[in-house]
Design a binder for this molecule. Structure first.
Ligand code: BGC
Length: 359
């Protein structure tokens, strides 16, 4: 290359730097692990974190673990070997990563537990999530409003069945507890009844949030407890695909198409496209929007703070004990979505477009 050409390129490079232009990967490398690509929300989460970090000049290694714990442990081991500077992890089984977290700590890599709390390990530095107990409370509120529980009495109780999330995901505890605390007064006065008697979280859990498993359980409940005159009025669902699959089970035995058997009232969580469509069609009653863009942005800001060698401030240091320590947390708010606010909170904010919703 002619010296003049070299001089010109060097000058151009320096003027870029002077102008504050950041080159990809210049600021360091961040490992991001998401549990699965087969659920809409985690794809949005992964993209939000990756895009945000890349815009700030970080190199991002984003990996999805196919809901397989062995894959996830291997991915984390690889990222540690590659020398990432921060790890952001949304676990599958929150208690299965202690060895990896120990290795990360030994390599002085800060770990951010993303959405799901990493359990039983002192080597978790931060937790970024929604207030899961409050989210559970919203699940209860959805049933209270949708089923008009304030008007129910012991003489004419409302009939529901309960579903919980994956037992190995600590979020399931908050969701269940938050919902049950809201519903307790109605159970106590006999205004709410669960004919199957299946109420404990251990019994109503859905491993890996598997909607097909929940559908099967709903089918079994319907044939065991509802073959006579009993009519199911509502379902506590912690997750949109479970809401949709349990509704399918109900439809298959005539709910929604037989006089006296309207579709049961069901809420949900994650505001997935299929559920918003179902809400607009008058089937699923509500969902809970946990804006993955906000969670991604909060995570990006936290990573950037750590990479600048600063200490994050304003974190909650009381709410989340993971069995080994209190993990400083950043907890965001969620929004209940019904037909009434789909436009304002889902479409106007750009969370889903009218095209995605087929409108
Ligand atoms: C998340 C939920 C999600 C579920 C299934 C939970 O940990 O908080 O938003 O619906 O996992 O992926």
């Amino acid at each position: 290359m002619h010296w003049a050409q070299r001089f010109f390129m060097a000058a151009a490079f320096l003027s870029f730097v002077a102008a504050g232009v950041v080159f990809p990967g210049e600021k360091g490398s961040i490992g991001v692990i998401m549990p699965t690509r087969s659920e809409e929300r985690w794809i949005k989460d992964g993209n939000a974190v990756k895009d945000g970090l890349e815009k700030l000049g970080y190199d991002v290694d984003l990996q999805y673990s196919d809901d397989d714990i062995a894959t996830q442990t291997r991915q984390i081991d690889d990222l540690i070997t590659k020398g990432v500077q921060v790890l952001v992890i949304a676990s599958i089984d929150g208690s299965a990563l202690s060895n990896q977290l120990e290795n990360a700590a030994a390599a002085r890599i800060p770990v951010i537990s993303y959405d799901r709390l990493l359990m039983q390990s002192p080597n978790v530095d931060y937790y970024v999530s929604f207030d899961n107990y409050k989210v559970g409370g919203q699940m209860g509120d959805i049933l209270i409003a949708g089923l008009k529980l304030d008007q129910a009495t012991a003489a004419k109780p409302v009939i529901i069945e309960l579903f919980a999330g994956s037992p190995d995901d600590n979020n399931s505890v908050g969701f269940y507890q938050g919902a049950m605390d809201k519903l307790k007064p109605y159970f106590d006065k006999g205004a709410l009844r669960v004919p199957s008697g299946q109420i404990d979280r251990a019994v109503i859990g859905t491993l890996r949030w598997d909607a097909a498993e929940a559908q099967k359980r709903m089918e079994n409940l319907l044939s065991a407890y509802y073959s006579g005159n009993e009519v199911l009025n509502g379902i506590l669902s912690p997750y949109d695909p479970i809401s949709l699959s349990t509704l399918e089970a109900c439809k298959a035995v005539g709910y929604g198409s037989t006089p006296g058997k309207p579709l049961p009232m069901v809420g949900g969580q994650d505001c997935i496209v299929a559920s918003v469509k179902s809400i607009l069609a008058g089937e699923q009653y509500a969902t809970i929007l946990k804006d993955t863009r906000s969670l991604g942005a909060a995570t990006v800001a936290l990573v950037d703070t750590l990479m600048q060698g600063k200490k994050p401030v304003g974190l909650d240091t009381a709410s989340y004990h993971n069995g080994a320590k209190i993990v400083p947390s950043l907890l965001l708010d969620s929004v209940i979505v019904t037909k009434e606010n789909v436009q304002k909170d889902v479409i106007d904010t750009g969370y889903h477009t009218v095209e995605e919703l087929g409108l």
